[in-house]
Design a protein around this ligand. Structure first.
Ligand SMILES: CC(C)(COP(=O)(O)OP(=O)(O)OC[C@H]1O[C@@H](n2cnc3c(N)ncnc32)[C@H](O)[C@@H]1OP(=O)(O)O)[C@@H](O)C(=O)NCCC(=O)NCCS
Length: 162
């Protein structure tokens, strides 16, 4: 994993501009996904103290993006995890390795005690990723999200540090 660079803009646009990726993410991840969206995202990640965002690299190619959002106030020892992988790279263990890596780094180097992620209930692949990476299903928030005209139950996963 490495920080995003402006030179990643075109490749991010190419792999992010995919309904099958966007449909499991929040509406702040646009579809269609343009070059300007990629550039705005890269700029925003570079200037943020509370978001730690990385490109997931395999053999020098950017295959997806993963990020931690540090929480505030009484939640300041918690961080929210988000990630996506370009469809042509699915099923190779990439998301699982990235989730494990960023989570362990958060515990060891960022003073974080709790990493959590929310998953739309139909997103079986993402729930599986979190389970493989040692996260626990803590509960389900019924109809918590409204995505593409449908209310979705949201699965809450977390992993605790020492
Ligand atoms: C979810 C996502 C990140 C997974 O990335 P990935 O690199 O393919 O994940 P991995 O290869 O590490 O693991 C995927 C696991 O899900 C399993 N899986 C995938 N589709 C599945 C399905 N329909 N039913 C059951 N298991 C499924 C795979 O078999 C694999 O598990 P296994 O190793 O036990 O066989 C990717 O599909 C993606 O980017 N989706 C769109 C965006 C998204 O959902 N982001 C997460 C939001 S919470």
């Amino acid at each position: 994993m490495r920080p995003l660079q402006m030179e990643d803009d075109n490749h991010i646009m190419l792999i992010a501009n995919d309904y099958d990726v966007a449909c499991f993410l929040r509406d702040s991840f646009p579809f269609p996904y343009s070059l300007d969206h990629a550039r705005e995202f890269i700029t925003a990640t570079a200037g943020s103290d509370t978001s730690h965002v990385y490109g997931i690299m395999i053999d020098g190619s950017l295959t997806g993006v993963i990020g931690l959002i540090l929480q505030e106030d009484v939640y300041r020892y918690s961080a929210e995890l988000g990630y996506w992988v370009g469809k042509k790279y699915w099923g190779r263990g990439i998301a699982t390795a990235a989730v494990e890596g960023i989570t362990e780094d958060a515990f060891e180097n960022k003073g974080i005690k709790r990493v959590f992620a929310s998953v739309f209930a139909p997103n079986i692949a993402s729930a599986r990723v979190l389970e493989k990476a040692g996260f626990t299903h803590e509960g389900t928030r019924k109809k918590a999200a409204y995505k593409n005209g449908v209310f979705e139950d949201e699965l809450l996963y977390a992993r605790l540090g020492n």
